[in-house]
Design a protein around this ligand. Structure first.
Ligand SMILES: *Cc1c(COP(=O)(O)O)cnc(C)c1O
Length: 365
């Protein structure tokens, strides 16, 4: 039997290959390579899909976070509150601006920021909060926006795992002052290289981002008016993402259905299953089990690949150990227990029964 990979973006590309090939051909004939009509079209379509005013295409999800922080004036000495149960990119973006990540604990029910811990961590140096919608499960945005409003702090949603996810019918990315997306190949909306985007309803932030991504040159002008970067989305990524965007909701629905299959098979067997919410889109389906490494090894022997997201948590990474030692008990416990099963439709469809039975076998059931 062939190995069931944890994820394989090439299978999604293969599924839409004809349309993608056509889009690549059209783009090459257009003679635009960077920030051309394909990027404009994708920016327009993605903003409309999310229900926000602006979308700015950039080179990666990390850049989307870092440029968002800079567009709000976050810089040297500022503190940014975020979670330690996330990809290193989240905190790297904070370091890139000269700011200091302040990690607070998660709420185990959502695996996202504990809003009480966020409020307790606010100081006069706190400039921003970056909630991460971990694994496509929504962080508590209404409450976070309330806290941020009372303290006059910026909120940037890390939506790298939350394309299309919702709270009460409203898309994630439309709650914060800005939101950062990644289109890394394994994301729910992923290209064939690096790219990212920031969305916002704020005209001034949008204008600053368009300048920041392009050498500090404001849109429609020729001179650099401030420090800037080269962080632009390219035409080929944009054209491919425009092919895939109309299939995003269907892909997310498939992931939700697969999550439902796992849930039916694995409820009541003594595992901690991921939280569910109507608007969750299951970028990962991560179970928590006590002997995680044994489970991973045993599943691998049964030809099932799994991945660990994320261990160690970020407050143990040398790059982010700034200042006092912090203890984040819920984050640390989950970090040692989480195991991401295959959930990408192209690898998981038809396999959730076998994977669930294999898990139960490892548990001696
Ligand atoms: C993927 C990811 C990023 C970074 O995106 P890149 O495009 O790889 O730079 C940031 N945050 C989270 C939570 C991610 O999963």
């Amino acid at each position: 039997m062939a190995i069931i990979p944890q994820a394989d973006p090439s299978l999604r590309i293969a599924r839409f290959r004809q349309e993608i090939d056509r889009a690549i051909g059209t783009t090459l004939s257009s003679r635009h390579y960077i920030l051309g009509p394909a990027v404009e079209k994708f920016e327009h379509d993605f903003a409309a899909y999310l229900g926000v005013r602006h979308c700015v295409g950039v080179a990666s999800g990390t850049d989307a976070l870092a440029l968002s922080l800079r567009s709000m004036g976050v810089g040297k000495g500022d503190e940014v509150i975020t979670t330690a149960l996330t990809a290193p990119a989240t905190a790297q973006a904070i370091l890139q601006c000269g700011a200091i990540p302040r990690f607070v604990d998660i709420d185990p029910a959502s695996r996202c920021l504990d809003t009480g811990a966020v409020e307790a961590a606010i100081t006069e140096r706190t400039a921003a909060i970056i909630p991460v919608h971990l694994f496509g499960h929504p962080a508590d945005m209404p409450r976070l926006m309330g806290i941020a409003g009372r303290h006059d702090i910026a909120v940037i949603e890390d939506c790298a795992q939350a394309h299309g996810a919702m709270i009460d019918g409203r898309r994630l990315g439309s709650f914060g002052h800005a939101a950062a997306f990644s289109f890394y190949p394994t994301k729910n909306l992923g290209g064939v290289g690096d790219s990212g985007a920031i969305v916002t309803n704020d005209d001034a932030i949008d204008a600053r981002l368009r300048s920041l991504r392009n050498y500090g040159i404001p849109s429609g002008q020729k001179e650099s008016s401030a420090m800037g970067f080269n962080s632009r989305m390219d035409e080929l990524q944009a054209a491919i993402l425009s092919v895939l965007l109309p299939y995003l909701d269907a892909g997310n629905a498939e992931r939700r259905a697969l999550a439902g299959e796992y849930r039916r098979e694995l409820t009541g067997v003594g595992l901690c299953l991921p939280p569910d919410a109507d608007g969750a889109i299951y970028h990962q389906f991560a179970i928590a089990c006590r002997d995680r490494d044994h489970m991973a090894r045993s599943l691998r022997e049964m030809d099932i690949q799994t991945l660990v997201h994320y261990h160690p948590p970020l407050h143990y990474h040398p790059a982010f150990r700034t200042g006092d030692v912090v203890h984040l008990p819920e984050c640390e416990r989950l970090s040692s227990q989480l195991l991401s099963l295959p959930i990408q439709p192209e690898v998981a469809s038809g396999n959730t029964g076998y994977i669930s039975r294999s898990i139960m076998k490892v548990m001696g059931l």
